[in-house]
Unconditional design. Structure first.
Length: 213
């Protein structure tokens, strides 16, 4: 039995509530375009935003400063080399626009299990043997849904995202799911599309059977 309603018919951005973070639950949610987003004092809300932020990979905009940083960079990049360290670093990252972090112990445990099952993935940026930045997210079936980023060195998370974009493009994926818009993602060319359009694109990618990782 499905744990979630069809988000196309949800009147708002929140389509369900509940604390179930088992692997099967998360897998079903992401494949339906739904993700959990903890809020203090509330049962776990599950979102499918009516306006979805996406980055179409053929619309990726790399500004001059980031292009210069990429040319100067001596960072190296890996995939799924140290998921646990990446998600913990994302949880510890100070974010002036947020009051604390939504990546609590339950989220770390749940997504580490999802990683072990093959659905959650990390991108690591290294300076020699030091983890300099990175990001993690979920393969929703041919579309990568980004969850969080961190950096210990300037531009490390941005360059990790560019590495991910190249990887996704090579795998045949048309877009990166950003969930909700941020100034950084907008600067890279992300835009908002209607929920129904996003769900159509997600279904199309799933039908192709793309293997992203």
């Amino acid at each position: 039995m499905s744990r979630f309603p069809d988000p196309r018919y949800a009147p708002g951005d929140v389509v369900a509530m509940g604390e179930d973070l088992r692997v099967d639950t998360l897998r079903e949610a992401y494949r339906k375009g739904i993700f959990p987003w903890p809020h203090d004092g509330l049962p776990m809300p599950w979102f499918s935003p009516r306006r979805r932020a996406v980055l179409f990979l053929d619309e990726l905009h790399i500004g001059r400063s980031l292009r210069r940083a990429a040319k100067r960079s001596t960072l190296t990049f890996t995939i799924d080399h140290d998921f646990r360290s990446v998600i913990r670093a994302c949880a510890a990252m100070e974010r002036p626009e947020q009051d604390g972090t939504w990546i609590g112990a339950n989220i770390i445990t749940a997504y580490t299990r999802l990683h072990a099952s093959g659905e959650a993935h990390s991108i690591e940026a290294w300076q020699d043997d030091e983890l300099a930045g990175g990001l993690y997210g979920v393969d929703a079936g041919g579309v990568f849904t980004g969850e969080s980023m961190f950096h210990h060195r300037s531009d490390a998370s941005k360059l990790a995202l560019l590495f991910l974009a190249d990887h996704l493009r090579a795998a045949g994926s048309p877009l990166l799911d950003c969930q909700v818009m941020t100034p950084h993602m907008r600067s890279l060319g992300a835009r908002e599309i209607a929920r129904g359009k996003f769900l159509d694109l997600l279904a199309e990618s799933q039908a192709k059977g793309l293997r992203l990782f």
